[in-house]
Design a protein around this ligand. Structure first.
Ligand SMILES: NC(=O)c1ccc[n+]([C@@H]2O[C@H](COP(=O)([O-])OP(=O)(O)OC[C@H]3O[C@@H](n4cnc5c(N)ncnc54)[C@H](OP(=O)(O)O)[C@@H]3O)[C@@H](O)[C@H]2O)c1
Length: 297
């Protein structure tokens, strides 16, 4: 064992989990148990797992992320997004391990003009957002050595995400109608994992060892913002050569023309100022991060 010690990655098969495996490779002894050993719906199993693995660092990329399905699976979403993080925080505190957890822009109602800051009042519009907010609260209540990174519109070369869905639909259809009145920051799993590693390195190897100096909640997204339709436009522009120049037509539509079970915030852009000021860490502009993600397709 070396460097950062034993690192437990939960949700290692997810978009972010895969990238965390890459960015923490060589940083320590990485352990990433599958779902059969780590069912996040069972806090008891989560506790037993942490006790048996005895990690120094826990990276929790596991989550219930089906935003619309959560409306009818509230209990399961709450168990995975709030119950499991609480168990992780308590077990991490017992052994003084560092817990890194991720939350969402969907804790906000979208009514603010301009980027949201960490001290703004959350008011989730949907069950997923409420379950993630409950997870944040549970971890904060335990306190200790923890970092919660709120991020947004996560996508990357693998998994289930907007970019890959657009590329598939673009092959199947000539016209795509895409929501244009929700604004956010598309953020790659690649940038998130890179920034996570930078912050963890700064916390674990930096001069400031006291959690009072660094523990807590930070917004962590790529720079800039766009609408889903603007994001789709950039995805197709950036991948034209992969599709022999074939471009589907994009029609911007209001959210009211694309009803979904879960309501979503109109503006979920997050200010990253606290992250940058505290750790000197900044994610790439979303357009640059998109090009990197496309180059990995
Ligand atoms: N995706 C977004 O747009 C977005 C936006 C804002 C914040 N976030 C947050 O960012 C973090 C990473 O999200 P992501 O997009 O990488 O998620 P993801 O691709 O959906 O991956 C979720 C991971 O959680 C695992 N998981 C789900 N239920 C589980 C259970 N009961 N037991 C064990 N493992 C379970 C999945 O395992 P399987 O592979 O076995 O299903 C998968 O490894 C999450 O905290 C999410 O809330 C995501």
């Amino acid at each position: 064992m070396s460097g950062l010690g034993r690192i437990l990655i939960l949700g290692a098969t997810g978009q972010l989990g895969r990238e965390l495996q890459r960015s923490f490779a060589g940083a320590g002894e990485i352990v990433y148990p599958g779902r059969e050993r780590a069912d996040m719906a069972s806090p008891e199993q989560v506790r037993e797992l942490v006790r048996s693995i005895a990690p120094d660092l826990i990276l929790n990329a596991a989550a219930y992320t089906a935003v619309d399905r959560a409306e009818t699976e509230r209990e399961l979403a709450m168990a995975i997004n709030a119950g499991a993080p609480q168990a992780l925080a308590e077990e991490a505190a017992r052994r003084n391990a560092l817990l890194v957890h991720y939350s969402t822009d969907y804790v906000f109602d979208g009514a603010r003009q301009g980027p949201w800051v960490e001290t703004d009042e959350p008011n989730p519009l949907n069950v997923y957002g409420a379950s993630k907010l409950a997870g944040e609260a549970a971890i904060s209540a335990v306190g200790g050595r923890h970092l919660i990174f709120r991020t947004s519109w996560v996508y990357g070369p693998h998994g289930k995400n907007f970019m890959l869905t657009m590329l598939r639909l673009g092959r199947e259809r000539d016209l795509l109608r895409v929501v244009d009145d929700q604004i956010g920051a598309p953020t790659t799993s690649i940038e998130l994992a890179r920034a996570t590693r930078a912050v963890v390195d700064s916390v674990l190897t930096g001069a400031s060892k006291s959690p009072e100096d660094w523990a807590g909640l930070y917004h962590m997204t790529c720079q800039g913002s766009t609408s889903w339709c603007g994001f789709a436009r950039a995805i197709f522009a950036g991948t034209a050569s992969l599709r022999n120049g074939r471009q589907p037509e994009l029609e911007p539509i209001p959210s009211s023309d694309y009803p979904t079970p879960a309501r979503r915030p109109a503006n979920s852009v997050l200010s990253n100022l606290k992250l940058t000021e505290r750790f000197g860490v900044q994610l790439a502009p979303w357009e640059t991060a998109l090009q990197t993600a496309i180059s990995r397709l």
